[in-house]
Design a protein around this ligand. Structure first.
Ligand SMILES: NC(=O)c1ccc[n+]([C@@H]2O[C@H](COP(=O)([O-])OP(=O)(O)OC[C@H]3O[C@@H](n4cnc5c(N)ncnc54)[C@H](OP(=O)(O)O)[C@@H]3O)[C@@H](O)[C@H]2O)c1
Length: 262
């Protein structure tokens, strides 16, 4: 893994140019959330060179070991991982693990042992007998709308999940979702998609940062892009914060550029 950007005094030194595996501690430093109490929503997504966010319905084929290390690091830094129900269903989500490598950092930041998983769903058509709901270290949250099916709400609660209403109709309002999480002290937010959920966060103007892995692969086909849904009236602009490279994978990090809506 090498740092390509930002270019610093250190860039030409062996430490930054050398192609070596970074420790989880180094990755955690590189991806630290901005300090403070303010809510910060970061997304982590992987895309092929031609813009595919999945292959054969999953993202594994376009990912890599280094990508998974960064995926794990971003989880290790987050208070909550916000994810769309379809990603939970297709990727077989499990509870987040408590990892020794992040334990001291989490304790110092006043965080629990692992991030809470927050599943966004209108239908609540989820298998509540799965460990994601019955056996997490910290209760899984289910974000839904006020019109969610009451029997499914009850099933989620019976399984041990905390149901959070974040919308007046069947669906979740992305801004309200962020507010509800922040109100519970969950301010270091990470969304892992999928594309339909990320499209809504982007459209609502609440996405602060995008960690985008560019995978050196072409897939063609009809895969979704990393964000899907109604187009924004104006593209929202982001500024490049950093680029790491490993085996041809680019690990880019963009922050929302200051603007009228920021
Ligand atoms: N490349 C990557 O980094 C990456 C990351 C994640 C996922 N993926 C891939 O993306 C695919 C899944 O993504 P997706 O875009 O189809 O689905 P998704 O965004 O993961 O989930 C969509 C579902 O989330 C719920 N949802 C979304 N917005 C909602 C709202 N405002 N209110 C209430 N519920 C809402 C709905 O669940 P209900 O149907 O339960 O109501 C909806 O069907 C998979 O193939 C996965 O492998 C790729």
């Amino acid at each position: 893994m090498r740092r390509l950007f930002p270019v610093t005094d250190q860039t030409s030194a062996a430490g930054d140019r050398e192609d070596r595996e970074w420790s989880l501690d180094e990755l955690a430093e590189a991806y630290a959330y901005p300090g403070g109490e303010a809510v910060w929503l970061r997304a982590n997504m992987v895309s092929s060179l031609d813009g595919a966010a999945q292959h054969d319905g999953r993202s594994q084929a376009i990912s890599s070991d280094a990508d998974m290390r960064i995926f794990g690091t971003l989880r290790g830094l987050a208070d909550a991982v916000v994810v769309g129900a379809q990603t939970v269903r297709t990727e077989g989500y499990r509870p987040a693990r408590a990892r020794e490598a992040f334990a001291a950092r989490r304790a110092a930041a006043g965080q629990g042992p692992a991030p809470a998983i927050a599943v966004v769903s209108a239908s609540l058509d989820l298998d509540f007998s799965l460990p994601l709901f019955t056996g997490p270290l910290v209760p899984t949250l289910v974000l839904t709308g006020a019109a969610a099916p009451p029997e499914r709400v009850a099933a989620a609660q019976r399984a041990g999940a905390e149901v959070v209403v974040a919308g007046d109709g069947p669906g979740v309002d992305p801004r309200q979702a962020v507010r509800e999480l922040a109100g519970r002290g969950l301010v270091r937010l990470l969304t892992e998609g999928g594309p339909r959920l990320l499209g809504q966060f982007a459209a609502a103007g609440v996405l602060d940062e995008l960690c985008l892995t560019v995978s050196p692969a072409m897939t063609a086909g009809e895969a979704q892009r990393i964000a899907w849904g109604p187009a924004l009236a104006d593209p929202s602009r982001f500024a490049l914060a950093s680029v790491l490279e490993d085996a041809g994978f680019l690990f880019t990090r963009y922050r929302r550029a200051p603007g009228p809506s920021a």
